[in-house]
Design a protein around this ligand. Structure first.
Ligand code: GLU
Length: 522
């Protein structure tokens, strides 16, 4: 029987979810689902000083919005674990950081590293006993000094292994001394002095690390917390993870992890490191909030589906022409063999393109529904207007809209008249007197129309016929009409705008706006 595929997303709860972390979570989710495996959410909070309150709940909300699911680990209680296809019920939980908002479930709980300290301590000690780790009693001052010297000599900053060479008796004495002073030594991994470790990465292939360049890094700190390296290996082993999928910045840590697996006598997981995400100028994508926070993208009106589609293409592609993928299609097509090694460029224009594709695919009603909060954000009380009106406005902008947050600025004139100067009404090849004459003629014409004439096609036919009869030209007639209705230099054409305005606010609104324009010209 084949082993069940198990992947994990293992964030540190240090802040917002950025593009890079979403990409990692998405790829491990897609890989798990594609293989009918399980996706686990483990929280790596070994650095307590960097912990941010509410980060886990926030992460769960973002993941829920974009549709990345977890079968084990944490879930949102108000959600009841919905969308988490698993037979484990929420009752099996709460060994870890369960709170009013976040629950925990799964047979390997707790999934929060700070709740698993005893396990790491046990294994650190086991390594000491086997000679693959050792106590280090060096003071911070000594280590700082060493670090400075190495920098001055342009040498890599590594521990000089002073404590690795202590005799058993010396260790015993030092331990007693520390214990009297109520202090704990740290434990360091004893990297073999010779030889090499080869990573067989599913994306990068074989990567060889000579042991002599690896540092004897701390695996257990003096406060009893493990460092990342120990915790990640112990947890991936006990949580039966089969595939570790993470950013390529973790490649240099992987030989240390492989050595830990070897010393524990455990079968290592498979590793797949994902390529860097780059700015268009090929520099490394910054993690500054606002630049890459998923929440900010959502706030700016990028649709979750478009974001996922875009993020999926950061390093992966189906090796064919197809670009638009739903989550289900991504699950069906996802393959680590189609992930590139080369850095993936984060291109804003591409994101806008994906977003506009998803905007175009919606029905006007659906789009209007999604636009409501964005109108609200622009101080437009959309709920005071009919859904038919909102959908007609949405439809008018649907082809042009790149993100939903543009809607207030683009369509404000449908809700409030805009203030503009009389000069804007005058077409460049016309003058004030002529503009006034045209507008008052148009007023007379439209005044006679009944409500059904206010359909775009019928307005267009009748007004164009009228322009010909009156020997006006299109520019001098249609420009002021459009400005009278919108107050803007650029907008959709006058027939569309008039028909939508009449639909939502009645023929009288159209006439009033023309009247107001005429008053400006007096
Ligand atoms: N806690 C690490 C992070 O914050 C996880 C790295 C890994 O997946 O091994 O990225």
């Amino acid at each position: 029987m084949n082993t069940k595929i198990r992947t994990r997303f293992a964030p540190s709860p240090t802040g917002f979810v950025h593009i890079g972390s979403l990409r990692t979570a998405l790829f491990s989710f897609l890989f798990a689902r594609h293989n009918n495996g399980a996706h686990i959410l483990r929280v790596e909070d070994t650095d307590q000083s960097r912990k941010v309150e509410g980060a886990l709940e926030n992460l769960l909300r973002v993941m829920k919005t974009v549709g990345v699911e977890f079968d084990e680990g944490f879930y949102l209680i108000d959600d009841g674990g919905v969308g988490l296809p698993t037979d484990l019920s929420p009752e099996v939980l709460t060994k870890g950081e369960a709170s009013a908002k976040v629950g925990e479930r799964g047979e390997f709980a707790p999934y929060l590293q700070s709740k698993r300290l005893a396990l790491y301590q046990k294994h650190a000690k086991e390594l000491v006993e086997k000679g693959h780790a050792y106590y280090c009693f060096c003071s911070k001052e000594r280590l700082d000094e060493l670090h400075k010297e190495q920098i001055a000599l342009k040498k890599p900053s590594m521990y000089d292994r002073l404590c690795r060479n202590l005799s058993d008796d010396e260790v015993k004495d030092k331990l007693a001394e520390f214990s009297l002073a109520n202090k704990n030594p740290v434990i360091r991994q004893a990297i073999p002095l010779e030889g090499e470790t080869v990573i067989h990465d599913l994306i990068y292939g074989e990567i060889t690390y000579e042991h002599k360049i690896l540092d004897d890094q701390v695996i257990l700190k003096s406060d009893g917390f493990p460092t990342y390296h120990l915790a990640v290996v112990v947890d991936d082993h006990y949580m039966k993870i089969t595939h570790v999928i993470r950013g390529e910045e973790w490649i240099p840590s992987t030989p240390k992890h492989l050595l830990l697996y070897k010393f524990f006598g455990w079968e290592p997981t498979e590793f797949a490191h994902l390529p860097l995400i780059l700015n268009p100028d090929k520099s490394k994508l910054s993690k500054r909030q606002g630049d890459v926070a998923i929440e900010d993208f959502l706030k700016h009106g990028y649709l979750p589906e478009a974001l996922i589609n875009f993020v999926a293409f950061l390093g992966w592609n189906p090796k064919n022409e197809k670009e638009i993928f739903s989550m289900d299609e991504l699950i069906a097509d996802f393959d680590l063999a189609k992930v590139n090694k080369a850095g993936a460029v984060f291109d804003d224009n591409k994101l806008d393109w994906f977003n506009s594709q998803y905007i175009k695919k919606m029905s006007p009603d659906e789009l209007a529904e999604k636009l409501k909060p964005f109108w609200q954000q622009a101080n437009i009380d959309a709920k005071n207007y009919s859904n038919a009106y909102l959908a007609a406005i949405a439809e008018l902008e649907q082809e042009r809209l790149k993100k939903l947050s543009e809607i207030g600025e683009r369509t404000g004139y449908f809700f409030k008249t805009t203030d503009y100067g009389p000069d804007l009404l005058v077409w460049k090849k016309s003058d004030k007197a002529k503009t006034k004459a045209v507008l008052s003629d148009l007023f007379g014409l439209l005044d006679k129309f009944n409500e059904t004439d206010f359909k775009k096609e019928s307005l267009e036919t009748k007004i164009k016929k009228f322009i010909v009869e009156k020997k006006y030209d299109n520019g001098s007639a249609l420009w002021p009409l459009r400005v009278a209705l919108t107050g803007l230099t650029s907008s959709p054409g006058p027939f569309e705008v008039a028909s939508v305005l009449a639909l939502g606010l009645g023929k009288k609104e159209v006439l009033e706006r023309i009247k107001a324009a005429l008053a400006k010209l007096d």
